[in-house]
Design a protein around this ligand. Structure first.
Ligand SMILES: [Zn+2]
Ligand SMILES: [Zn+2]
Length: 199
């Protein structure tokens, strides 16, 4: 078992592969409690979604499902068009910095990987990245209006102009991340960042 994570729901399958049962578990425990009524869920063409779509629980929120035709995910899935690239980029930069400055932290450990993802998702939810979410919906033409210019999370959070030469507010090593939340903006090192979460 891994420690509880506030931003993540952690589970697994024996095979390590995605299954229909896992899709239903995600729907019931993660998605349904937070999704607003009358929402649309966009899904790729994976056949395993079929049982999840037929679940009765979806009726309580009047959800609509749109299944993308095979082979179109990279062109139509909003997360694939913008968000996922930013997420992977941020993970790569943060992990590189941790390896370079905090060699005592073993990145390959499962708990550490989850902690990194949890920190990043918490930062990506900051209001300044609303355009990051909207951009995928603009690129696949669901939204007509181009989102206003925004700094990407790594441009803002790992901006050397903001952090260069400044010390971590927590441990006094050199800082690397500037918190993305407008009421915070704290400068912290890559290690302390992993403990920094906003409610
Ligand atoms: Zn620190
Ligand atoms: Zn903060």
């Amino acid at each position: 078992m891994v420690a509880p994570f506030t931003e993540l729901y952690v589970t697994n399958t024996k095979s390590g592969m995605m299954t229909s049962d896992l899709a239903i578990e995600w729907l019931e425990k993660v998605f349904m409690p937070v999704v607003p009524k009358d929402s649309v869920l966009i899904l790729d063409g994976w056949p395993g979604w079929k049982r999840m779509i037929e679940e009765n629980t979806v009726n309580s929120k009047n959800l609509e499902f749109v299944v993308l035709p095979d082979g179109t995910t990279s062109k139509l899935q909003p997360l694939d068009l913008c968000f996922n690239r930013q997420l992977k980029n941020f993970i790569r930069k943060l992990e590189t910095q941790i390896r370079y400055t905090h060699s005592n932290i073993i990145i390959a450990r499962r708990e550490r990987q989850l902690q990194i993802v949890q920190y990043i998702l918490n930062q990506f939810k900051a209001p300044r990245y609303k355009g990051l979410m909207e951009r995928g919906f603009f690129l696949n033409q669901i939204l007509d209006k181009r989102p206003a210019y925004f700094e990407t999370p790594d441009q803002y959070c790992m901006n050397v102009k903001a952090t260069g030469g400044k010390l971590c507010a927590n441990c006094r090593q050199f800082s690397y991340c500037k918190c993305s939340y407008p009421t915070c903006g704290i400068l912290i090192c890559a290690s302390c960042a992993l403990e920094h979460l906003h409610p």
